[in-house]
Write a protein that binds this ligand. Structure first.
Ligand code: HEC
Length: 204
């Protein structure tokens, strides 16, 4: 009887593929390892996505994040406006284009790029800078800048690029830090960019 059962092909089909104790051990091991590693991956996925950047919990960062939508800045209307120096204006505004040459702006120090423009003189350059020209926005894109501040920035930029403009004085008095600046109350002072007018005086 047992002999015929062993030879029965139908009986073979139903038999397990686990034939040896080693195979049983492997199957047992896998039946634990596979689901557990799956669970570990899920746990990692869930916890990992909630990881918090410690820098985002700094008190000042949190305060900035939860501040009210509107905030009021009190500005004293009577406070004297501080006139920026040419360097300050360039650092804050003009340099974005004119130190890098972005948008094909003439780079500070690029004498060849500035030479044809310098022919306009300080007044001409001031006019185009106030009005804007091509990719150059009016007043460098900052309407708050006064004519004097723009002129100062132009003087600094141009003088590093082959010109020798004189910095325009503040309207009330010559700036204390620049004793060479023409006194504001002397309308006859030769403009710095007008070399021809000044030259004849030196001749005999
Ligand atoms: C967004 C970029 C940008 C900023 C900001 C900018 N400029 Fe310009 N600027 C240009 C470009 C571009 C030109 C060349 C325009 C042209 O010739 O078509 C130019 C040209 C000029 C010229 C020559 C004008 C002429 O007539 O040839 C002067 C002077 C000048 N800029 C001054 C300034 C000053 C001063 C500031 C800051 C208050 C400033 N720029 C900020 C892009 C910029």
């Amino acid at each position: 009887m047992s002999q015929s059962a062993a030879a029965d092909p139908a009986h073979d089909e139903h038999s397990s593929f686990i034939k040896t104790p080693q195979q049983l051990l492997v199957v047992l091991f896998l039946s634990f390892a596979v689901p557990i590693s799956g669970i570990l991956l899920l746990v990692h996925l869930v916890l990992g996505s909630h990881a918090v950047d410690p820098a985002a919990l700094e008190p000042n960062v949190v305060a900035a994040r939860i501040q009210p939508v509107g905030s009021v800045e009190v500005i004293d209307a009577n406070a004297p406006k501080v006139v920026k120096s040419g360097d300050e204006v360039i650092k804050a505004v003009c340099g974005a284009c004119h130190t890098t040459g972005a948008a094909n702006a003439p780079k500070i120090g690029d004498k060849a790029g500035w030479a044809p423009r310098l022919k306009l003189g300080l007044d001409g350059l001031l006019k185009t800078s106030i009005a804007g020209k091509g990719a150059m926005p009016a007043r460098g894109g900052v309407p708050d800048l006064s004519d004097l501040e723009i002129a100062r920035a132009i003087v600094v930029m141009a003088n590093q690029s082959g010109a020798s403009f004189k910095e325009p004085a503040e309207p009330k008095a010559a700036p204390a830090n620049d004793p060479k600046a023409a006194p504001a109350n002397d309308p006859k002072a030769a403009p710095a960019n007008d070399a021809k007018k000044a030259a004849p005086a030196a001749k005999k």
